[in-house]
Ligand binder design. Structure first.
Ligand code: ADE
Length: 346
C-alpha cells in the first residue's frame, strides 16, 4: 500500500514524476551528496569507457526517494547509452522479461526498480542473462522439453531495492557493484534545495533552504516536494520569495514539524509510547493499532525514525528512544521514575 504523505520518500504520481524529472541532475558532477558512492561509480564508469565495455551490473539499495532512479539515468547518460526502465512487480510473465532483454542494444542500461519483488521464475531467467548474456528458453513440455539458448547484446542491469535483505543470494552475487544510499546530510539537502529553486526560478535565501532541508528527513524527493509547496505559499501569502519564516509557516500548515515528522510519524510514536509503554512491541501490533500495513511502516516510517534515534529495533520489538518521548512533550521512563508515579504506574 502506498499512502499519500508530503514527507514520503515514495513518488506520488505522474505529475510529480514529471516535475522531478526537470530537477534531476543529468551528470555525476551535478549530483549532490553520496560522495563515496559517486567516487565508486565514477571509477567504474571511467574504466568501462576506457575498455569500451558496458559497465558491470549495479545494485542500489536504500530507502525510497534518495536517487536510485536518478542514478540509473545518470549512468545511461554518462555511458552515452539508452535506458530501458521496468520494475519487479510489472514483470509478471517470463515473456515480459524476454521481450525486454531481446530488444536491448549493445551497452543499453536495463533499470529494474523494486527488484526484490521479482518472482523466482523470472529471477532464474535473469541469471544467465546477467552472467553470460544469453537466455535459456525452454520450449515444449515434459519429455520433449528442450532448452534453446538465445544470445543477448551485452547490457548493464541496474537494480534498485529498498530491501536488499529480500534479494536471493544468487541474484545478489551477480551484481559487480553493490552500492548503499544513505540519508543525505542537511547541508547537502540545502544545496539541493537551492539548486532546485534556481531551476524553478524561485528566489530563496540560505535560511529558507536550511529550513526546508532540515524538515526533509534526509530525502531529496521530499526536499523538492516541500520546496514546491513553500513556493506556492510564498506566492499567495508573501511576496513570492522564500525565507525561513515563510518556509516555517508553510510547512507548519502542512503538518510537517521542525524535524520533518508528520502526523503518521507522530501517531506511530504515540502508539508505542501510550499503548505499549514505550515498547518493546512487535511491528504487527503497531500496524494493527494504527490500521496500517506493517510493510508500509517498515519502509516509509521507521527508517528515518531509526536514523534520528527516535526508534530502536531490538530482538524483542520496537522501542521509542528517549528523544522521541521528549519530542512529543513527555518524559522518558528513567526521568519518570525520578519524578514519581505516572499514568502508567497506577
Ligand atoms: N535533485 C534530487 N536529488 C539530487 C541530487 N542528489 N543532487 C542534485 N539535485 C538533486
Amino acid at each position: 500500500m502506498s499512502i499519500e504523505r508530503i514527507v514520503s520518500g515514495e513518488s506520488v504520481g505522474f505529475e510529480e514524476e514529471r516535475e522531478q524529472l526537470s530537477l534531476r541532475p543529468k551528470t555525476l558532477k551535478e549530483y549532490i551528496g553520496q560522495s563515496q558512492l559517486k567516487e565508486n561509480l565514477s571509477i567504474a564508469l571511467e574504466a568501462a569507457k576506457k575498455r569500451s565495455e558496458p559497465v558491470d551490473h549495479i545494485l542500489f539499495h536504500g530507502p525510497p526517494g534518495l536517487g536510485k532512479t536518478t542514478l540509473a539515468h545518470i549512468i545511461a547518460n554518462e555511458m552515452g547509452s539508452e535506458l530501458v526502465t521496468t520494475s519487479g512487480p510489472s514483470l509478471q510473465q517470463p515473456t515480459d522479461l524476454l521481450g525486454i532483454l531481446t530488444n536491448l542494444s549493445e551497452g543499453d542500461i536495463l533499470f529494474i526498480d523494486e527488484i526484490h519483488r521479482l518472482s523466482t521464475v523470472i529471477e532464474e531467467y535473469l541469471y544467465p542473462a546477467m552472467e553470460d548474456f544469453e537466455i535459456d528458453f525452454v520450449v515444449d513440455k515434459g519429455a520433449f522439453a528442450k532448452t534453446i539458448k538465445i544470445p543477448l547484446k551485452r547490457f548493464t542491469l541496474v537494480g534498485a531495492t529498498t530491501r536488499a535483505g529480500f534479494l536471493s543470494a544468487p541474484l545478489r552475487d551477480r551484481f559487480g557493484l553493490f552500492q548503499h544510499l544513505d540519508f543525505y546530510e542537511p547541508a547537502d539537502l540545502a544545496t539541493i534545495v537551492s539548486r532546485s529553486a534556481g531551476i524553478l526560478k524561485v528566489e530563496i535565501d540560505d535560511q529558507g533552504s536550511d529550513e526546508i532541508a532540515t524538515r526533509s528527513r534526509g530525502t531529496p524527493r521530499v526536499a523538492n516536494r516541500l520546496l514546491r509547496r513553500v513556493r506556492d505559499y510564498a506566492q499567495v501569502k508573501a511576496d513570492g520569495r522564500i525565507n525561513s519564516k515563510v518556509a516555517q509557516q508553510s510547512l507548519k500548515m502542512e503538518g510537517v514539524d521542525e524535524l520533518g515528522l508528520d502526523d503518521l510519524d507522530r501517531k506511530y510514536l504515540r502508539t508505542i509510547i501510550e499503548f505499549y509503554r514505550g515498547g518493546p512491541v512487535g511491528i504487527d501490533a503497531i500496524g494493527a493499532t494504527l490500521n496500517e500495513e506493517s510493510e508500509t511502516l517498515e519502509d516509509l516510517v521507521e527508517p528515518y525514525l531509526l536514523k534520528i534515534g527516535f526508534l530502536q529495533r531490538t530482538s524483542r520489538g520496537r522501542c521509542a528512544g528517549p528523544r522521541a518521548w521528549e519530542h512529543l512533550g513527555m518524559s522518558p521512563p528513567e526521568a519518570r521514575e525520578a519524578e514519581g508515579p505516572t499514568l502508567f504506574d497506577s
